[in-house]
Ligand binder design. Structure first.
Ligand code: C5P
Length: 232
């Protein structure tokens, strides 16, 4: 898989999701299914979108004891998703066990990506709520390194962190980057944003784009613009 645009299908129902995706008659978008849609519709939504030819990033951010995550990953691997994720904070043992669980009997497996620190966590909450005294950047880079050493394929991060992650973990370690906005777009709740073109320039492997496409007057045109800026 090369550079691609992943549309965050943050919808609450199958009907809404299919009505949205039916607009795309050309290139089949790579889509992200998060907790909202998965908890609403269950594994059938994954099967349905897969059968329609979409590649799927299942964004469930697993974090539990290693055995539980390993068994959950074994179930997810049967859904034939292309990419899934977990929290690096679950420890390297949890990440290694997750990889084992995710690996199918024939040796194949979906890409496994780690969340380092959520972008909703700021330096203050890191210190006051999670009692981590180290600076945010050091924590993110340490988690990325631990994920890489545990055999994972990459991390979710900001395009602005791609260079540092690649320097620390190697060029082939994937960076999956949300926080994408068009130059004239509404930022919403995202704070540090970049355009698809800048994300490409910064070396991101996959951009995750939600509202700039899902809430656009013409979602297909917005998606095509992302492809033009980031892939072509
Ligand atoms: O609508 P927007 O483009 O902001 O959507 C970004 C998507 O990426 C959402 O599904 C959000 O949950 C996800 N995400 C994020 N920041 C992270 C991890 C995931 O924005 N650190």
């Amino acid at each position: 898989m090369g550079k691609d645009v992943i549309i965050a299908c943050d919808f609450a129902s199958k009907e809404e999701t299919l009505a949205f995706l039916d607009k795309f008659t050309g290139r089949k978008p790579f889509v992200k299914i998060g907790m909202e849609l998965f908890y609403a519709e269950g594994p059938d939504i994954v099967r349905e979108l897969k059968a329609r030819g979409h590649r799927i990033f299942l964004d469930l951010k697993l974090h539990d004891i290693p055995t539980t995550v390993k068994k959950a990953m074994a179930v997810l691997s049967r859904l034939d998703v292309d990419m899934t994720n977990l929290h690096a904070a679950g420890t390297s043992r949890m990440m290694q066990d997750a990889l084992e669980g995710l690996t199918r009997p024939d040796g194949s497996r979906p890409l496994l990506i780690a969340v380092t620190q959520l972008t909703s966590t700021d330096s203050e909450s890191l210190k006051n709520d999670i009692l981590i005294e180290k600076p945010m950047e050091q924590v993110v880079m340490h988690y990325a390194k631990t994920a890489s050493e545990s055999g994972l394929d990459g991390v979710v991060c900001s395009p602005l962190e791609v260079k540092a992650v690649k320097e620390k973990c190697g060029k082939t370690f994937l960076t999956v980057t949300p926080g994408i906005r068009f130059a004239d777009g509404d930022k919403g709740d995202q704070k540090r944003v970049t355009t698809p073109a800048l994300a490409k320039e910064l070396g991101s492997d996959y951009i995750v784009v939600g509202r700039p496409i899902t809430k656009a007057a013409d979602p297909v045109a917005a998606y095509n613009e992302c492809i033009k800026q980031f892939v072509d």
